[in-house]
Design a protein around this ligand. Sequence first.
Ligand code: GLY
Length: 368
Amino acid sequence: MTAIDVRPTPDAEAVAAAVAAALRTIDANLAEFGDRYPGDTTVRGRYRARDGNVGWTTSFWPGMLWLASSLTGSPRYAEAAAAHVSSFASRIASRTDVDTHDLGFLYTLSCVVPWERVGDPVARAAAVDAADHLVTRVLPAAGIIQAWGDLGDERQRGRTIIDSLMNTPLLFWAGYSDIAQRHVEQLRDHILRPDNTTFHTFYWDPATGAPLRGETEQGDSDESCWARGQAWGIYGFALNHRHTGDPSFRDAARRCADRFLAHLPADGVPYWDLVFGDGSGEERDSSAAAIAVCGLLELGEPRYVEAALRILGSLMDDYVDPSANALLVHGVYDKPKGVGVDEGNLWGDYFYLEALTRVTLPDWNDPW
Ligand code: GLY
């Protein structure tokens, strides 16, 4: 029994109302941002347009438009989403801000989806180019994909992060299955701790491949458990299980899920680090909850689906504000650096809408 077991699960009518509310926000944002990109997070409750297609989160905006297209069948969302392909094609062709593992987030949603949905060959070529570029970040001795920075950057060399589990679907799609499998095995063995919590980041010796140490960047401490990282672990290991059939990846996802669920406060939405509980005065990270809902639904076993629905119901009831231009409020990007604290954010919005889509359309093919 966990704290959320007493919460109700939402009925179909409530889910439909939540979808309608999310679509109203998307319509308003479409009018405001068009083919530009909202910032990573809201600032004092509002997204503002960013300068150009940079950073790791821009694809969540066309990703949401593709979700809106699936939910409604309306061609105007598909057209608006497809209009972003040229920006992502230029970005990878010009190698603009692409020294990152996040190419999976960026090119799965912006380019693999339009290739698969409407057969856009420009989108396919850009996604292949992005995958080819991503594998240049592999450190062969360690068998991991370096997360951040130039490969010669001493501070970042040999380091990868739990979020990278979400970037391997691009590699499976592009035929780099062996690289993806090896990377995930290393995360399973080292970033997931024996007590089923996770490190945010982990270093390997790039020359020998020896595992070195865990270190946080966005969590409370190196030894604590950053809530969003644990949620990336649930969804990421579950997706990698789907791609490989490797039962140890499903086991890793279950371990992340059991720990996450056991540490939730009463309303099912975690504080930004799982070391905090009710009474801590710390902020919630609604985006971690939204990601976890998708991961729990992906795992598919009744106890996880039940928990996912209870958490989703809590987000629908208490983490949506019709006056905001984010779909979901009360997220945290990076508390140690004071960035995006108690704000909406693009990935929280995307995974909240993906969760609503999964529940509304059980036969829907997710992009991962
Ligand atoms: N992938 C970056 C983050 O979750 O903040």
